[in-house]
Structure formats: structure tokens, C-alpha cells
Design a protein around this ligand. Structure first.
Ligand code: XLS
Ligand code: NI
Ligand code: NI
Length: 436
């Protein structure tokens, strides 16, 4: 194993009183909270594209990130070296999973077949590293947005040859994900949308996207890949509008094209807020459809209108997320993948550690808070009380489908004006604050 971070020890849990920046104050992997070890609640993942590949460039300047182990070339040896570094990073942080795009782990060659060979060579290294460390692939994906051929989309490109190229790339990414025991496979349609409707046949593009996903489902069955497919909603950026704009739009799309049984959603906080929703909203919509699969853990900046992919440190955010996850009964194949990058000003390797430690600690606090709220029971009781008129009498008949408009008219003529209760929002907000 390489020694890319010689000055950084394995990060240990030291408790809330510790002043050591390179320690966990709250995340204690084997501590049991709400009946399960913390590591099993979270199933944290490192996003290869951010941790290993992001140079931290922005529209106004080039990269700043220091990666002394990386020689900056597209050689296979360099790609394999990075894989070693990523596993050392995961080991030191005690993170069990990672996620990648094909082109993050392996550079693109001059042809599809060369790219595939390079990908296989790096996958050999990843497989060895997984065996040696016990680390696992949470999900894989294909980068269908960086190469110039995809500038007008992949599955929704107006050019059939681009569609075909994208399909070939996903086929390979799916096979490598399967080979590496990936627990799921993600589709994020970065450029599957439009820049202007003047040049777009929206209906035809959506039909093409559905056809592409059906082909992926067929291929998954063919190779025996058992993990779920995830769709990752995002409303815009890089395109003006993406077809997978939010949870509700994705679910509608999947239902319309008969794909829902094969897909779950991978919800990302910064995408939720770009769509004008809270993370909690996006999670609840997915959960209500039985389709909450995985989470890209990050956060945006309220003052910046794009996908800033910051590490989540807000305890209210993590509490909301953990309340939904506890309600769901926890992840099955999914996990919390840190789709997040350090700021351009935080360019040293150690900053990557601080960032992940902060995110993991914020989730540990969110879990403990959410578990205490559930254990306390008052929130749940108030919610139950709020809907209690549906538990018996006319409400129960409505829920069972036993009555229609005529019966409800007769009932109301007799019952008169309803007596309703307060929503108690402020009281509930105060209650939540008791735990934070
Ligand atoms: C970009 C997305 C991307 C996906 C994987 O905004 O979050 O990183 O998670 O393609
Ligand atoms: Ni993401
Ligand atoms: Ni994102």
C-alpha cells in the first residue's frame, strides 16, 4: 500500500472533548445507535471524482489542488497509483465504500476498444485492492458528459451514433461494476436535457432516454447484475433543463415508461436545493414511492446558485436526512456517498481529511439527534394525533374506500361545520430544538 499521506495517522474516535482536528468527535464506527452500528447506518462512500480527480478549478481559474502522488499524465500506471492512494485514504478514514465514473478511475483512450482495455487494467488493480482491504464499490457509473461528443447529450443526443457510443460506454461500465461487486449502478443525466427548446424535440428525446434505460435493464439481466439502478435527479447545470429534474419528475418519467420497478433514486442535497426543494422534501417524495435508494451527501451554499458540492456540516440537514432514513428502516444497497469537494482555497491533501471527518461527524450527530427524537416519541405522537380523524368513523371509511361523494354529502349535512386543530408548527420547531 502506498504512503500518500505519511503525516496523517488513521483517524480515531476521540470523543466530543478532543481538540485534535484529525479525529472523530462523534462518529464512532462500531457504536450502536437505534439498534445498529453507526457504520451500517451510514455506509459512507468516497466519491472518486472529487477526492482523487478534482483539481478544484473554477470558471475563473485553474486547479489548485495538491496531489503529490499524481504525475498529471493519462498513463495506466498513474491511474493505478491513484487507486492505491484512494484505498489508503479510505483506510485512514475508516470509510468502507467508494463510487466512480468509468473515466475517473481510467483515462479515455483513442478508441472505444482502447478505453475498454485501459478500464480493465485499472479494474484489475481495484479488484486486488478491494480483496486486500475489504472495501467495496457502492455504485459505478459512466461519464456521459465530459467528452465533447456528448455536448448535446448522450441518450438524448440528436445524433444516433452518439446514442450508440453512450450505450456502449454504459454497457462496459455496468460490466466492470458487476465484476467489482458493485452494489448499485447510477445514472446521472448531466447533459440529458436541453439548452434551448428551439432546437429540441422534447418528446423524442424523452422516448430515447427511456429506450436507453430499457436497454440497460436488459443488459443488467443478461449479465446477472442484481443491484438496483439509481437515477440521480438534478434540475439543471450543465444543461438549462435536465429531464430528471427532481424526485417527482423522475418518478413520473419512470412510471410513464414502465421503468419504475427497476430504478430507485439517488438523492443529492445540492440538487434538491437547485430544484427549489429541501433535501427532506426530495427524500420524502422518493420514500413515499418506495424508491429511495441512495444519497449523495453534500450541501450547497445559500448565496451561490450552482452545484457547489460542499461537505455537509449542518446538523439540521443531517438530522432531517437521518429521520427519513430511520423511518425507512435504513439503507439496503445504498449509502451516503460524499459527492462533495473541498473549496479551491483548501488545496492541501490534509484538507480532504478535514472535509470527510466533518461530514461523518455531522451525520453521526444527525443520527444521534434523530434517534433521540424518535425515542422521545412526542413528534410521532403529535403527527399521529394530527391525522387521528382518519383512524375511525368517517375518516377510516374514506381511507378504506367505503364512501363516495354522496355519502360524504349526507355525512356533512348531518355533521355540520368541522372543528379543526392548530398545525402547531412553532411548537414542533421548538421541540426539535430541544434535541439539537
Ligand atoms: C453532478 C452529479 C454527479 C453524479 C454522478 O452534479 O452529482 O457527480 O453524482 O454522475
Ligand atoms: Ni451526485
Ligand atoms: Ni451534483
Amino acid at each position: 500500500m502506498s504512503e500518500a499521506f505519511p503525516d496523517i495517522p488513521k483517524i480515531q474516535f476521540e470523543g466530543p472533548k478532543s481538540k485534535n482536528a484529525l479525529s472523530f468527535k462523534h462518529y464512532n464506527a462500531d457504536e450502536v445507535v437505534a439498534g445498529k452500528k453507526m457504520r451500517d447506518h451510514f455506509r459512507f462512500g468516497v466519491a472518486y471524482w472529487h477526492a482523487m480527480r478534482n483539481t478544484l478549478s473554477d470558471p475563473f481559474g485553474g486547479g489548485t489542488s495538491q496531489k503529490p502522488w499524481d504525475d498529471g499524465t493519462d498513463s495506466i500506471a498513474n491511474a493505478q497509483k491513484r487507486a492505491h492512494v484512494c484505498f489508503e485514504f479510505m483506510e485512514k478514514l475508516g470509510i468502507d465504500y467508494y463510487c466512480f465514473h468509468d473515466r475517473d478511475v481510467a483515462p479515455e483512450g483513442k478508441s472505444l476498444s482502447e478505453s475498454n482495455q485501459i478500464f480493465d487494467a485499472v479494474a484489475d488493480t481495484l479488484e486486488e485492492l478491494q480483496k486486500a482491504t475489504g472495501k467495496k464499490l457502492l455504485w459505478g457509473t459512466a461519464c456521459l458528459f465530459a467528452n465533447p461528443r456528448y455536448n448535446q447529450g448522450a441518450a438524448t443526443s440528436p445524433n444516433a451514433n452518439v446514442f450508440a457510443y453512450g450505450a456502449a460506454q454504459v454497457k462496459k461500465a455496468l460490466e466492470v461494476t458487476h465484476r467489482l461487486g458493485g452494489e448499485g449502478y447510477t445514472f446521472w443525466g448531466g447533459r440529458e436535457g436541453y439548452s434551448t427548446l428551439w432546437n429540441t424535440d422534447l418528446k423524442r428525446e424523452m422516448d430515447h432516454l427511456a429506450a436507453f434505460l430499457h436497454m440497460a435493464v436488459d443488459h443488467k439481466k443478461k449479465i446477472g447484475f442484481k443491484g438496483p439502478f439509481y437515477i440521480e435527479p438534478k434540475p439543471r447545470e450543465p444543461s438549462t433543463h435536465q429531464y430528471d429534474s427532481d424526485s417527482a419528475a423522475c418518478l413520473n418519467f419512470l412510471r410513464q415508461y414502465d421503468l419504475l420497478e427497476h430504478f430507485k433514486l439517488n438523492i443529492e442535497t445540492n440538487h434538491a436545493t437547485l430544484a427549489g426543494h429541501s433535501m427532506r422534501h426530495e427524500l420524502e417524495v422518493a420514500l413515499a414511492a418506495g424508491a429511495l435508494g441512495s444519497i449523495d451527501a453534500n450541501t450547497g451554499d445559500e448565496l451561490i446558485g450552482w452545484d457547489t458540492d460542499q461537505f455537509p456540516t449542518n446538523i439540521y440537514l443531517t438530522t432531517n436526512i437521518m429521520l427519513v432514513l430511520l423511518k425507512m428502516g435504513g439503507f439496503t444497497t445504498g449509502g451516503l456517498n460524499f459527492d462533495a469537494k473541498v473549496r479551491r482555497e483548501s488545496f492541501e491533501p490534509v484538507d480532504l481529511f478535514h472535509a470527510h471527518i466533518g461530514g461523518m461527524d455531522a451525520f453521526a450527530r444527525g443520527l444521534k439527534i434523530a434517534a433521540s427524537i424518535v425515542e422521545d416519541g412526542r413528534l410521532e405522537a403529535l403527527l399521529k394525533q394530527r391525522y387521528s380523524t382518519f383512524d375511525s368513523g368517517i375518516g377510516a371509511q374514506i381511507e378504506k374506500g367505503e364512501v363516495g361523494f354522496a355519502e360524504l354529502e349526507a355525512y356533512t349535512l348531518k355533521n355540520g361545520e368541522p372543528v379543526i386543530g392548530s398545525g402547531r408548527q412553532e411548537m414542533l420547531e421548538n421541540l426539535i430544538n430541544e434535541f439539537i
